[in-house]
Design a protein around this ligand. Structure first.
Ligand code: 5MM
Length: 367
């Protein structure tokens, strides 16, 4: 049987099994199946888990007043885009949006399931200053995590996300920062698996700064080593997790302009040295890259496979940016915005199998 047919059957089985409460005992096979379904060939994740303040910032940038209702209207546009499930395996929601519904009263998690998409949820609660380490942050949210996970699973979430932010700078990051964030992510991951929810662990080494691409590679490797040591320390089942992280890129003020092939080579070398083969997939964040750069670089990584893990995407800005611009808050441009979103999902879906071509960018204009 062809690999993509196997992936598709596995994916459909996972989407069909989305009803039910927290299991008495975590179903290890379900965790593995969900994790693999999220990185099925040709598919990736739409990150729509912006906190209210970030979502509001994005709406204000296109001249839309930010309220719970405008955030709902915008998320409705995304989640009801026709054909979303063709190249999107999962959508990461936020505490506000997982409780919202479409105009006709259908809860967003149900809308996604009907599109063949697995609902997910961001469960960290943001960052706090790391004590004794000026300029560094630790992600918060472990208090109450067990109860929140039980509720989110009951509402329909089958995977979750927790993001740690790592800043490169003079003497940064510290070992204390990598250790504290790794430990928190491992505790979150163990709680997720206990609740029957696949944890995505997301350490993001920020692009801000004038550091070189080599320095980004070094810091990303140290971050991932600390993370996988912590995950092992908490007995997290790697087969039931996914890694979401940054590509290896130079700082935005460095002046370096690596080719897509150079980014792919450095990123894959870093991942091979640090990410265990038991992890089913690595889904990259876009981190401020342009939408097309994020696609081209992902494609470059997948032209030289196979890799020990699937290599896919979990983009927010690189998927949503063109849709937000096309919409501009105008109800007459909802379909334009949905076409822009679906176009990017198609390009990135192709990039997961190394079959993206630059000519695909003309398809939207021609539509
Ligand atoms: C790094 O941010 C994640 C990926 O987004 P990009 O592809 O735009 O880099 C994203 O999932 C992020 O966690 C959400 O946008 C939420 O961010 P906030 O700051 O609202 O928690």
């Amino acid at each position: 049987m062809a690999q993509d047919q196997v992936d598709l059957e596995r994916f459909e089985r996972t989407v069909r099994s989305l009803d039910g409460d927290v299991p008495e005992e975590p179903d290890v096979e379900e965790l593995r199946r969900t994790a693999r379904a999220l990185v099925a060939d040709g598919k990736g994740i739409l990150a729509a888990d912006e906190s209210n303040s970030t979502a509001s910032k994005r709406l204000k940038a296109i001249g839309v007043d930010a309220t719970p209702e405008t955030r709902r209207t915008y998320r409705q546009l995304l989640f009801t885009a026709p054909g979303l499930g063709e190249h999107i395996s999962g959508v990461i929601l936020y505490d506000e949006s997982i409780r919202q519904s479409t105009d006709d009263g259908t809860p967003f998690p149900r809308v996604l399931q009907d599109q063949g998409v697995i609902p997910g949820i961001k469960t960290d609660t943001g960052t706090a200053a790391l004590a004794g380490h000026s300029g560094e942050k630790v992600t918060t949210g472990l208090d109450g995590q067990r109860d929140r996970l039980a509720e989110y699973r009951q509402i329909g979430a089958r995977f979750a996300k927790w993001r740690a932010v790592i800043q490169i700078g003079d003497g940064l990051p510290s070992a204390a920062c990598l250790g504290a964030n790794g430990h928190a992510m491992a505790r979150y991951a163990a709680l997720c698996q206990e609740a029957g929810v696949v944890p995505i662990v997301e350490p993001e080494v920020l692009m801000d700064g004038d550091h070189s691409m080599a320095r980004c590679e070094e810091v990303t490797a140290a971050t991932l080593r600390a993370l996988y040591e912590a995950l092992a320390g908490q007995d997290v089942l790697l087969e039931g997790t996914l890694l979401k992280t940054n590509m290896v890129l130079p700082g935005t003020d460095s002046g370096e302009q690596p080719s897509p092939e150079e980014v792919a080579e450095a990123t894959l070398r870093c991942m091979r040295r640090t990410v265990p083969a038991a992890v089913p997939g690595i889904v990259f964040l876009s981190g401020g890259q342009s939408a097309v750069d994020a696609t081209v670089r992902l494609n470059a990584m997948n032209t030289n496979g196979p890799h020990p893990w699937s290599v896919s995407f979990s983009y927010a800005r690189a998927l949503q940016g063109p849709a937000l611009d096309a919409w501009g808050g105008d109800e007459d441009r909802v379909e334009d915005a949905q076409r822009a979103l679906i176009h990017r999902t198609r390009c990135n879906g192709a990039a997961t199998t190394g079959t993206y071509k630059s000519e695909m960018e003309d398809e939207l204009a021609a539509a």
